[in-house]
Structure formats: C-alpha cells, structure tokens
Design a protein. Structure first.
Length: 364
C-alpha cells in the first residue's frame, strides 16, 4: 500500500512537472514572440497552434516544391557569422600581410604616467560618466542605433556592418590580448577601484576601442568626403567617447585605447574593405545614406556647442578641482611655514617624471 502511494505520488509529480513545463514554455514563447523568424508590422509573430491542420474534404494536401529558403529570412546575425568565417581566412593573423601590433611600454616611468592619467580621469570624469560607462559594458551597440536612428527595418545594411565590426573587432582584439598578455590597470594600482568588473582577459589592446573605431571607420567609408563628412565626425566622436569611458572606468590604459584604434584601422583598410561581401554591404549602406549633407555649422556664440559642450555643473566642478590642484602645494607650504621655499616657489603637481622609487627599469 505504501508502494502504491509512492508510485502515485511520483506519477503525479512527473505529470504535473511536464504539464507545467509545457504550459510555461508555450506561454513564455508566445509572450516573447519567438515562434517565427518572420515579422508582421515590425513585431515577431508568435501564434500557438496545438493540433494538425485538418482539411475539409476534397483532395489530400499536396507538398510544395521548387523553393529555396528566402534570402531575406536569414538572421542578420548569422549572415555576419558567415562573413566573419571568410574574414578569418584572409591571413590577417599570419603570413606576410598579417596585422602587426607593437608591444606596450611597460617600463616603470611609462606605467607611472599611465596610472597618473587614469587617477586624474577617475577624479574628474567618473562621477559624470558612471551611468553610460555601466550601460556600455555589454550594450555599446545601442548607442550607435540611437545616433544613426537604426531600428526595425531602417538602414539594414548599416546595421549589418556594425554587427560585423563588433564581431571582427572582438576577434582581432582577443588575438592580440592573448598574444601580449598585458596586466590590467587594477593589477598595477589596486587603488584605482574600477567602476565596473575587470573583464576576464588581458588589457592590451582595448576591445571596446577596436570595435568602436572600426564602426566609425566604416561609417566614414560610406561618404565621398570620408572622415571629413559631418556624419563621420559624429561617429568618430562617439567612438572616442566610448573608448575613453573604459579608461575612466579604470579597466584600460590610454595606450590600450590607442593600440585598439590603430588595430581597427589596419583591420578595415587592410582586409575587411577588400572582401566582396563587405564591398556589397558598403554599397547598400551608401544608398541608405545618400543625399545627407552638412546643412550648416553651429555658431558657438548663439548655439550650444554640439561637439563637446559641457554642462554648467560640470564646468563648475572642474574649475574647483583645477583650482584646488593648483593651490594645494601653496596651502601646504604656508601651513608648514616652510622657510626654505616661498609658497610661490612650491612645486606644482604634474605627471611623474621619475620611475618608481626614483630608480628602476629603463623604459623600452
């Protein structure tokens, strides 16, 4: 009798679990719209259909032939993976045409200066950039979608190029990160206390800088004026800002950023732009941006400074910080009543000009 209760309990539990799992899966799929790759009015279609379609008399159903999978039904993300597969075979990482990335200068003096610059950025910029830094850890593409007004079916070729830049940029950056193995800033100076978790891979070159600069380089290639086109300048500014934010966050040195920026340009001009698939996407994307010109240049005296304007609170806080930085040595000298040096002769703080401890390894 005990066995019967036990078996019944097991059967009931299994049946309940299966029924609940199926119901939950169906409900979740319908809510997420994940049943079909096709879209209706810009939204993915998710329609429950639990039993076979029954015919109402007449001839049996016939199978349909003479078809191929529709080209426009391919997922853009998967299309880009196919292009990435071909990019991997271009010889970018080996042979006579391979991309070269110089090793960073990790001498004592160079590192002291790099850390000094990161501390300055932390003290002056981190508070103001914190929200966007966190958002850009894993969703920097959203900033490009916002700036370039891409969504639904708007500018699909440009969207694919940005996807390609993100994936190709990650591939080449990780290759050199693994090859060079540079320590992260927090390993050199734990007091930096990064704003975001330090990524689980080496520091040099910066992956964000590689990806963002690759996107900006591609955008500039869509216009006859190249980097001088108004839209290309906006793209370059956004790429620089997101790259710099990684320094402000405390997870990259400035030299990581610079190496990533150069790597991106070498990747595009040396390999990507010569690929037939990329050439085709560039041609389609140029058509998406045709007719866009620079209508006017803002007058700084009458219009906000669109290219780098700073809020009033930011200007005030920076002015106070700079004033304190300049006056602090004088204040300390006055407080100590240093007779050997007048306040006016006190040394101002600046970037380090000596290695750790005054002596150490020579920079290479």
């Amino acid at each position: 009798m005990t066995t019967g209760y036990r078996d019944g309990a097991v059967d009931g539990a299994v049946d309940g679990a299966v029924d609940g799992a199926v119901d939950g899966a169906v409900d979740g799929a319908v809510a997420a719209g994940s049943f079909s790759p096709y879209r209706s009015a810009g939204a993915a279609a998710g329609l429950p259909f639990n039993e076979p379609l029954g015919r109402k008399g007449g001839a049996p159903f016939a199978y349909l032939g003479g078809q191929e999978f529709p080209a426009d039904a391919w997922s853009p993300q998967l299309e880009i993976k196919l292009i990435l597969q071909r990019f991997a075979k271009t010889g970018w990482d080996e042979g006579d045409r391979a991309i070269q990335v110089e090793n960073p200068d990790d001498g004592d003096l160079a590192l002291r200066r790099e850390v000094h610059d990161l501390i300055t950025l932390r003290n002056t910029h981190r508070q103001h950039r914190a929200a966007e830094i966190v958002a850009q850890v894993g969703n920097s593409e959203a900033y490009w979608s916002n700036m370039l007004m891409m969504g639904a079916d708007n500018r699909p070729a440009t969207q694919k190029l940005i996807m390609l830049a993100m994936q190709a940029g990650q591939m080449v950056a990780l290759h050199f990160k693994h090859k060079i193995g540079r320590a992260r800033p927090v390993q050199v100076c734990p007091a930096l206390m990064p704003l975001v978790p330090t990524p689980p891979h080496a520091s040099y070159p910066s992956g964000h800088a590689t990806q963002m600069t690759l996107i900006a380089t591609i955008i500039s290639a869509l216009f006859d004026e190249g980097e001088d086109h108004a839209m290309a300048r906006y793209a370059a500014a956004l790429a620089q800002r997101i790259s710099e934010n990684r320094e402000i966050a405390g997870v990259h040195f400035r030299s990581d950023t610079q190496a990533g920026q150069q790597l991106a340009k070498d990747t595009f001009h040396g390999f990507l732009k010569e690929m037939p698939e990329v050439k085709a996407l560039l041609t389609e994307a140029r058509a998406e941006w045709s007719g866009i010109t620079c209508s006017f240049d803002p007058d700084p005296e009458t219009l906000p400074d669109l290219e780098g304007g700073t809020s009033l609170s930011r200007r005030v806080s920076n002015a106070v910080a700079n004033r304190l930085a300049n006056d602090l040595p004088d204040l300390i000298a006055a407080a100590l009543n240093d007779e050997s040096s007048s306040p006016q002769e006190a040394k101002k703080p600046g970037r380090p000009d000596k290695p750790f401890g005054g002596k150490g390894k020579k920079t290479t």
